[in-house]
Design a protein around this ligand. Structure first.
Ligand code: SAM
Length: 871
């Protein structure tokens, strides 16, 4: 047996081999000492603050967890991928592998070398594919050097017949030297007493592993620990204080389920670690008032709860806190078994049945505070907003509210137990934040009210979970304040690879004193977030340097977990010339469009116009050729070929452009959404369309994504634009219209917002939109309901012409098309025509007002380029 001094020295050397990310060797604020709880333990030598790193440990050995192999036997023993179709047995040693690459990996080379030295009793083909992987972690102990073997042997081992059975099974297949059998058996006993399950990356399904972390192994257990631990992608384990640890006190971890009731924890600890915990929580029948173990009183008249009289005695009778009824332990056991059987009937794969079971069945038999209820509640929390079919945008109002209240309830329970900044608390705070953010997205009016909690929950969640491989991949971005609109989490990219897409995100980025709003697609794959440029840049009025971008830059200097997005974001700081070299856009696959490769600038600015321009140039040149009498000349053939290709491309982009049946009405310009929609419906439905109001959809963005045609009605333009921005619809509508995927109809205010800006509306500015910049389907302004000056008019106010002229004099002014009542501007790609019955007028800087007749082609307006510097 090593002395404490020798053990401390070995531990120091072990830690010294692996410095943490910050380069600090965390060994200064604690020592290894005799513990009154059990054997040796770690003790604080100084006060340690919550969140302080105690040490960063590295596994002596790691490998598959025997229990998980029983459940999921098809894991690769090198990369841990579970791939039943491709896994195969190594012909030399019988270990499972998933690829040639894994077979030639060093890890496998070493494993195989040890095993293939043994004499085989039966051929590899006859091996049960579980047997060798189950023993693999212990087999790897044979590869340790002498010092490491000594350290392993110095750790606590429960040498009992139930530990090490995997080595006995291994001996059925191989003749193994006795010394190796002995050491592997010891390794199994040490592993069972000390190993930690290694967390996997968020959302990644892989074979579960355990690791023997020698320093962590010296921490004793307490049901309310004062530390938390997390893993990075190299399986390094960082142990931090989850609460203030006073100098001289013992440093504890928790070996059991934190939200389990005392009888369950006791049973598990006894069975696996061979001790009965006597901590304060275990000694308190109510477990700090959380009543996690409580059962309903057996007396049907009584609403009270039963709890163990002496929780530290596993045979203690239970008693009702209300009526005092005493129940023998064996009767309690019978109820607990019945609850267990009831749980066996639940289909855990179905959230619907889980929710139904939780809300209608289980609470008939056990109190709402019972650990079984709390556990099921956690299952729902993790699923709502995250699982397939239950993504944020698909979540019903009821479920969103339920998620929020379950998060709050479970946070209360964790706080009552004294969890401190435990991983569980971080996870719950993240989920509460996400639920609140979703609520704010759905009800923008509530944003101001929700904002403080949205920010504080993510702040706390971030400080607890940062650097943790199992943390949600968008934690960083949410913490930086980016609003992420969930669209879909799984989609296929154009190159065929499967990606998880969180959604679209608009980031204001400052460049040359102008703030650009840039749309990104947000992807994540297990432990990183990727932002991909997509959508359109929009210039918005100048704002101060974007502090979030700076924050991201600063963080990159010290934090390796900065999302891979950083490089993409930095690219936004390039000037226009550099921008031309920016790599081609990736297709925005979830919108089902394929954007052609091109420079950033081209794709952004001219994508829409060029297809339409090509079409109209082909037609124009064909007309010229025909007028010249070209006949079937080569030139005509070439032009026809190009016209055909342009038409085919248009048809590909909008396969059913002319097959609109449903019209999405956006009533945001008025306040009576239902009444306004009903009015429009009454007129349009009889024409063979089905009109639905956007307000009737739970997720407006999602609804507009799916719409083929929208109609934005009139009312107050300021109010309308504000609501469009609040619902993130401005960029979305522009993108979809430009791609040819969405038909746009606007009347009055709906016409104003389709233009470059709303400067030329006739409405009163009753509310502030974030900017006057509008959807910009056309690059000029419109004045709807244009009225000519009536010479006999005695009214002394400004005429419409005077008002428009005032705008035209401004440096930022674009041309203004005045549409008289009964006029329509028909936009088809780059072809613009005045239609209807009343004609229009055009105001341009430096020009006199021009009359435009019905039928007139005004496509030239589309080519109007505003001086970029004048905004
Ligand atoms: C990982 S070791 C902890 C370090 C151990 N005390 C040592 O000296 O190496 C786990 C073992 O320590 C003992 N232990 C840990 N926490 C305990 C507790 N709260 N009460 C009783 N025994 C405990 C149990 O025997 C358990 O199996």
């Amino acid at each position: 047996m090593l002395s404490l001094g020798q053990l401390s020295q070995m531990v120091k050397e072990h830690l010294g081999l692996y410095t943490s990310d910050d380069g600090i060797l965390h060994f200064s604020k604690w020592v290894i000492a005799e513990s009154s709880v059990a054997g040796r333990g770690l003790f604080a030598t100084e006060d340690i603050l919550p969140g302080e790193v105690l040490f960063v440990d590295h596994p002596l050995i790691s490998g598959p967890r025997a229990a998980s192999i029983e459940i999921e036997p098809h894991g690769c023993t090198v990369c841990c991928k579970i791939d039943a179709e491709n896994t195969f047995k190594c012909p030399k040693c019988g270990l499972l592998l998933c690829s040639e690459q894994c077979q030639s990996d060093n890890v496998h080379f070493n494993d195989c070398n040890v095993i293939s030295r043994w004499v085989f009793k039966i051929p590899v083909e006859d091996f049960d594919y579980r047997t060798v992987p189950r023993a693999l972690t212990a087999i790897r102990a044979l590869l340790l050097n002498d010092d490491q073997k000594q350290l392993l042997s110095a750790l606590q081992a429960h040498v009992l017949p139930q530990h090490g059975t995997e080595i006995r099974d291994l001996q059925e297949y191989f003749e193994i030297p006795e010394s190796e059998v002995e050491f592997m058996r010891l390794a199994c006993c040490v592993l069972d007493a000390n190993a930690y399950q290694i967390a996997t990356a968020y959302g990644k399904k892989e074979m579960s592993r355990r690791g023997l972390y020698p320093v962590s192994a010296l921490m004793n257990h307490n049901c309310v620990p004062n530390t938390k631990y997390s893993y990075n992608s190299e399986a390094q384990m960082t142990v931090k204080a989850s609460k203030h640890i006073q100098a001289g006190t013992e440093i504890f971890t928790c070996y059991s389920g934190f939200l389990w009731g005392t009888p369950s924890r006791q049973a598990q600890l006894y069975k696996t670690k061979h001790f009965l915990c006597k901590c304060d929580r275990c000694a308190d029948p109510t477990e700090r008032g959380t009543m996690l173990a409580a059962l309903k009183c057996f007396s049907t008249e009584c609403p009270g709860n039963l709890l163990p009289i002496q929780p530290l005695n596993t045979t203690s009778a239970w008693q009702c806190l209300e009526c005092g009824l005493r129940v023998p332990r064996k009767n309690i056991g019978a109820v607990q078994s019945a609850v267990g059987s009831l749980l066996g009937s639940v289909n855990f794969g179905s959230v619907d049945s889980l929710e139904k079971f939780l809300t209608t069945r289980i609470t008939k038999y056990i109190p709402k505070t019972n650990q079984v209820v709390v556990d099921l509640q956690c299952c729902l929390i993790w699923e709502f907003g995250e699982a397939e079919g239950l993504r944020w945008h698909e979540l019903s109002e009821g479920r969103l509210a339920l998620k929020e209240s379950l998060c709050r309830g479970t946070l209360r329970t964790a706080a009552a137990l004294g969890a401190g900044d435990a991983h569980l608390r971080g996870r719950l705070l993240y989920h509460l934040h996400a639920a609140l953010a979703e609520r704010a997205r759905r009800c923008p009016d509530q944003y101001e009210e929700l904002k403080p909690e949205i920010e504080s929950t993510i702040e706390q969640a971030y400080s607890i979970l940062q650097g943790d491989i199992s943390a949600p991949p968008d934690l960083d971005l949410r913490h930086l304040g980016f609003k992420i609109n969930t669209v879909s989490k799984s989609a296929r990219t154009a190159d065929g690879s499967s990606q998880n897409i969180i959604g679209m995100m608009n980031i204001p980025v400052t460049c040359d004193d102008n703030t650009h709003t840039v749309s990104f697609m947000v992807y994540f794959d297990h432990n990183s977030v990727t932002l991909t440029l997509g959508g359109h840049r929009q210039r918005t009025p100048s704002r101060p340097i974007d502090h979030r971008l700076n924050k991201l830059h600063q963080r990159s200097a010290q934090d390796r977990t900065v999302p891979r997005a950083l490089t993409a974001i930095r690219a936004l700081l390039l000037n226009d010339d550099q921008n031309n070299y920016f790599p081609p856009f990736k297709p925005m696959c979830y919108l089902n469009t394929e954007q052609k490769s091109g420079t950033c600038k081209n794709t952004l600015k001219y994508q829409k116009g060029r297809l339409a321009l090509k079409e109209s140039l082909c037609r124009g040149t064909l007309r010229t050729a025909a007028a010249l009498g070209a006949g079937d000349a080569h030139l005509r053939g070439r032009l026809l070929y190009h016209l055909h290709a342009a038409l085919a491309e248009r048809a590909r982009r909008c396969p059913d452009q002319h097959n609109v049946k449903n019209l999405m009405f956006i009533p945001y310009a008025q306040n009576d959404f239902d009444g306004y929609t009903a009015k429009i419906k009454q007129v349009i439905d009889p024409w063979g369309f089905n009109v639905t109001g956007l307000h009737s959809y739970p997720d407006p963005e999602q609804a507009v994504y799916s719409a083929k045609a929208i109609f934005i009605g009139g009312g107050n333009t300021f109010l309308l634009l504000k609501r469009l921005y609040e619902n993130n619809l401005v960029n979305l509508i522009k993108t979809r219209v430009d791609e040819g995927n969405l038909l746009y109809i606007g009347s009055s205010a709906g016409t104003n917002v389709a233009t470059k800006s709303i400067h030329t509306t006739n409405d009163m500015p009753i509310i502030f939109p974030p900017t006057f910049e509008a959807i910009s389907i056309v690059p000029f302004n419109i004045n709807p309901h244009y009225i000519d000056k009536v010479e006999s008019e005695t009214h002394k106010g400004e005429t419409r012409d005077q008002r428009i002229e005032e705008y035209i004099e401004m440096p930022h002014a674009a041309p203004v098309l005045g549409l008289r009542e009964g006029s329509i501007l028909h936009v088809n790609g780059n072809q613009l025509a005045i239609k209807g019955i009343a004609g229009a007028v055009l105001f341009k800087k430096g020009d006199k007002k021009t009359e435009l007749a019905v039928g007139e082609d005004v496509s030239f307006l589309c080519r109007y380029e505003q001086d970029e510097n004048s905004t």
